[in-house]
Design a protein around this ligand. Structure first.
Ligand code: RP5
Length: 198
């Protein structure tokens, strides 16, 4: 049975369990039995090695939501649930997913293991770790052997946000409405800088 993890909802947060997404209703704690079903056809999966990664990876979730991209968020550990990782990676393409974001910390093998089981683009996000401040996560995510690519983003929150933006950019290649939203996002970003007064 999947290990449940409850996360206090702020209205947008999701509580997550191994292999199952639980979307929290605003200002409520939810249990698996109250949870609505997984999105019918998610295009992006945000996978993380532990519930302790959620504080960082919720920024990927929020960014994808901002662009209106159907996605799912799950906890799957390459080390603690290896058969689930293998099953998820092997079935991702047939489930209609187009991009996988994989976040892990320490001996961070999740992105590489998922990439070994799928030809979908896998975007790795190294988590800031306690012992080595994320350098361990970065190196173990980025240093893939030739033949099994993982595109690795920055450590922590910037990596989580950029992984979501990168996923949107990949999807935008065949979706003009997303391309338009990306242009608008960049324009808004630039306008904010131009208007900045110190
Ligand atoms: C990794 O180990 C996870 O991705 C997490 O970043 C790290 C620590 O996990 P916990 O011990 O907090 O569950 O697998």
């Amino acid at each position: 049975m999947a290990k449940k993890a409850k996360v206090k909802s702020t209205g947008k947060d999701k509580s997550i369990s191994e292999g199952k997404e639980i979307t929290a209703s605003p200002r409520h704690r939810v249990t698996a039995s109250e949870a609505p079903p997984l999105p019918a056809s998610p295009l992006v999966a945000v996978i993380m090695g532990s519930t302790s990664d959620w504080d960082t990876m919720k920024h990927a979730d929020e960014t994808l939501a901002k662009f209106g991209v159907a996605h799912e968020c799950r906890v799957i550990s390459a080390h603690r649930s290896p058969s689930l990782a293998s099953e998820f990676g092997s079935t991702a393409e047939s489930r209609g997913l187009e991009v996988i974001i994989a976040a892990a910390g320490g001996a961070a093998h999740l992105a590489g293991v998922l990439a070994a089981h799928t030809t979908l683009p896998v975007l790795g996000v190294p988590m800031r770790s306690e012992a080595l401040n994320g350098l361990d996560s970065l190196l173990s995510t980025v240093q893939m052997p030739g033949g099994i690519p993982v595109a690795t983003l920055a450590i922590g929150k910037p990596g989580a946000v950029n992984a979501a933006l990168f996923a949107v950019a990949i999807l935008a290649n065949s979706r003009p409405e997303l391309r338009k939203k990306l242009h608008e996002f960049r324009e808004a970003q630039e306008a904010k800088i131009r208007e900045t007064k110190l």
